[in-house]
Design a protein around this ligand. Structure first.
Ligand code: UP5
Ligand code: MG
Length: 190
């Protein structure tokens, strides 16, 4: 049993906007545990899980894995950690994801970061990454961008209306971007 409600921050932004890079810095500086939904799904995809083929096909097509699968993985990761501060990177990506998390986990984020980056920059970063991700090719990147625009922007808009959104200009040097992020976590209301 936990004696404290976990401090949850959702970290959102398009493909290649720098979520993972900035989460590492936040985790290091502010002591959060970094959970990347994409990393959890890729790990599941490379295991002998029953879901592995479904996940691979969806990721290759730039679509969204069913909420039940992703929320279960996030919940398992949270439960197996003794941390009470989590950065959830790349989730929720749809309104349905958001509602599933609220219903299954029963928690809401204290803050939501949005890394705002122009499309051309995101495409360049993803295509330059070269780490063998099955979705880092021009065709899948175009699909990921489309999904981001149609399904993920409404989630960002939802948190903006709730007054929880912190929009970060994600263009420039990673350390400069982190200075904007630092200001969010240094502020007393967060
Ligand atoms: N880089 C970083 N910052 C830079 C900077 N300031 N200047 C120049 N370069 C910079 O960065 C991307 C690349 O850019 C790296 O090479 C980095 O060095 C460089 P990174 O920090 O990795 O950006 P990030 O936003 O994390 O990009 P990523 O590609 O991981 O974002 P996605 O949201 O596309 O990927 P994710 O892993 O979250 O999801 C992948 C897929 O999984 C989804 O498309 C979807 O199919 C599936 N998924 C779900 O279905 N449900 C989920 O909940 C989550 C994922
Ligand atoms: Mg990432």
């Amino acid at each position: 049993l936990r004696d404290k409600t976990p401090f949850i921050t959702f970290v959102l932004g398009g493909p290649g906007s720098g979520k993972g890079t900035q989460c590492e810095k936040i985790a290091e500086t502010f002591g959060f545990t970094h959970l990347s939904a994409g990393d959890l799904l890729r790990k599941e995809m490379n295991s002998n899980s029953e879901e592995r083929t479904t996940i691979l096909n969806i990721i290759q097509d730039g679509k969204i894995v069913p909420s039940a699968v992703t929320v279960k993985l996030i919940m398992k990761a949270m439960e197996s950690s003794d941390s009470d501060k989590f950065l959830i990177d790349g989730f929720p990506r749809t309104e349905e994801n958001r509602i599933a998390f609220e219903q299954i986990i029963g928690l809401e984020p204290k803050a939501v970061l949005f890394f705002d980056c122009p499309e051309e920059e995101m495409v360049q970063r993803v295509l330059n990454r070269n780490q063998g991700r099955v979705d880092d090719n021009i065709d899948t990147v175009k699909k990921r961008l489309k999904v981001f625009e149609t399904l993920s922007l409404p989630v960002i808009d939802y948190y903006s209306k709730k007054g929880k959104l912190h929009k970060i200009n994600a263009v420039g040097d990673a350390d400069e971007i982190f200075e904007q992020v630092r200001a969010v976590f240094d502020a007393p209301e967060v």
